[in-house]
Structures are given as structure tokens and as C-alpha cells.
Design a binder for this molecule. Sequence first.
Ligand code: URA
Length: 436
Amino acid sequence: MITARDVIQKTRDRQKLTSSEISSFLRGYMSSQITDYHVAAWLMAVYLNGMSTDETLALTREMRDSGKVLDLSAIPGKKIDKHSTGGVGDKTSMMLAPIAAACGVTVPMITGRALGHTGGTLDKLESIPGFNPKPSPGKVIEILKSTGAAIMGQTDDLAPADRRIYALRDVTATVESIPLITASILSKKLAEGIDGLVMDVKAGSGAFMPTLKAATSLSRSIVDVCRAMKTKIVVLITDMEQPLGRAIGNALEIRECIEFLNGQTPEDLETVTIALAAHMIRLGGQARSLDHASKLAYQSVARGEAARRFRQIIRAQGGDERVVDNPDLLPRAANTTGFRAKTSGFVTRCDAKFLGLASNALGAGRHRVEDHVDLAVGIYLDKKLGDRVVKGEVLCRIHWNDERRFTGAVPLIEQAYQIESKPPRRRPLIHAVLKG
Ligand code: URA
């Protein structure tokens, strides 16, 4: 049998591992026969030398099978999820689940918490009073049957190998590796027992993959593995140079989602949400074509069906559904201060990463898993890329509770915005669509 040292050496020397070698290495790790230091060394070898599609596939499968795979066969129809690689103001999940469910798709959505400068859907949902992000497996089936969608956190028995490996990657500077990201995301998604997945791979300053080239390589890797696993996949590469929509911060983002479902929305948020929803509806077998699927998604919002569905999902998960009609029931910060333009011109930078860091500095995110999150604070963008501004006009509104934190956030907002005399070149919102 191959030893841990041999596995590390093979990857270090750019030799391919067989699936049984990957399998025995991972199983050895999960049964504590292989140590953190072996795996850390191997992760660095993977980070430096990459892995083939076959190796990535074997790693994904082994990580998925390290825990329970959900059995949703009791629920008729196609089960489709959506996953984003993470961004700032990226709130589409809370709208996609009710829209897709209102169009007849079943959505078992497993989602995460804020880490680094990006927000997390679970934290955002917890700003709805009473919302339970961890229903029991039996309750999940019940919710899916009655509402068509459940949005929940990862349970301990879902791809546990990913949790251990991710923690090691975090402290060994090996997170930004395409095969490791592919296996990490897909092991969790494929453990949900889904028939299809729509991935939103973000590209730009506020994304894991800042360049379009890196985002495209990650997307190809995800498509290749899903194809081999016989899971339908569509990847949209979408822009994250500036935040999506106008709200950043937990309760502020929920408010923006509610406004969207009630018919008011910033254009970029609508474009990306409807595109993702259409692919979910199409993969879910509920539309003849993508155009038809987009029309269904729009109709579900225009007719109030998606808002009704959101109310049902909130109620089924123990939350106060009245927030959909009265967003003032969401937590609100004690203070709001306008951040004003120092010159006149056009906004040529509205940097997602700095605005995400600023929102975190206010207390909306966390640096460590155990950090407390202030659900009320955040930033509302009055001006975005390309907007004309006059000196003294409000660029964004800072919602804050703690003066020291407010003082820490302001320099980051200063760095996020740039105003110049000429408007910037427009970036596409959707850079590419890949299908498997
Ligand atoms: N999201 C994940 O779940 N895993 C990664 O490795 C990166 C982003």
C-alpha cells in the first residue's frame, strides 16, 4: 500500500495519483492514521503543481463520500441548487430559492457564513427574527415538500473531509488552488443529492478569483468534474469588481431582497438574479427554453408568487414572515452617516473588496469563525461605477453602531471610491456561460 510520504512525493514530482491512492490517503486522514502535517505538505504540492481532472474527480468523490449523502428521492421532480464562489453584496440566493420554487423547481440550498471580506447567506438570513438555519433532516424534507425550497447551513456529517481540509488550507496558504476549490465546493454540493447545479463564479476585485482568466479556469474545472459525475451544471462567470446591488451588510441585504421580490430593484441585481434563476428553472425541467425560463422568473416576481414563497419559506423555518411586508422589523443600526464626494466627476472605482472590508470593519462580517456579527450595520451605495457625482453629494450611507468601528471603516471606503473626469469603460455583468 502507498504511504502518505509516497503520495506527497508523487504530487511533488508531478506524477499522477490513481483514484485508489487518493482514496486511501483521504481515508487514512479521516481515520487519523495520516496526520495534519502530511496533508498540509500534500496540499502545498497540489497548490504548486495542480492536479489532473481525473485526480480532482477522485478527490471530489472521496470528500463527498466522507460523510452522508442526502437522499431526496422521496421528493418528486428535479432538485436544483445554486452556489456562488462568494462576493460582496451577493444576495441572490435569498431571491433565487423562492423564484425557482415558485416556478416548480425543488431547491435544497445549503449555504455558508461570512468569512473574509465576503458575506454569508446564513448570517443574512439570521437577521430575520426567529429564522432557523439548521432544521433537522426530517424537517428539511417536510419544508421542501410544502414550500419547494429550504435554505440551511452545512451539517457536521456533510462532507466532513472538506471541513478538516479547508481549515488546513486556511492556515497553510493553499486556499487559492483550482483543483482544491473545485473539490471543496463540489463535494458539499454533490452530497446534497441534487440533480443539477447552477454555479455563479465571481470575477473581479471582490472575488476569490480576481481575474477573468482564473475564474474561467475554475469554471472549466467545475464543469469537467460535474460532467464526469453526471450532474447537470451551468456556470455563469459574473462580475465582482463592484458590489452587486446597493446594499452590503446582513439586514440591509435582506431588505434589498425583499424590495426585489416586491418589484423594486437595482438593474445589475435583477440581471444577474434573473439569469441565474432562468438556468435553475431550465435545469429543473420547468421551461422549454432559456427565454421561456426568464419569462417565468420575471412573472413569478411580477405576480407576487416569489414574495409569497419567500414568506412561506421564512415561516416554515421559524422566522417572522411579516418582514416581507414590513422590512422595518429587521434589525436597524443606531446611526446612519453619509459619505460624501470630495470632487465632482464620474465614479471610476467602487471597489468590492474595500467595501467588503469596510462593512466587516463596521462589524457585519467575521475574521474568525467564532466572531460575533452585528446584523444591523453595513453600507448602502447611492453611487456606483459610471455614476455622475457633484462635490458634496452622498456616495454611500454608512449604517453603524460602534464609533470605533465606524472610524476604522471610513478609510477603507475612501480607498474604495475614485472619482475622475471621464466615465469608466463599462464591464459586462455576465462575462461567460459554460455548460456541462
Ligand atoms: N468555497 C468553498 O466552499 N471552498 C473553497 O475552497 C473555496 C470557496
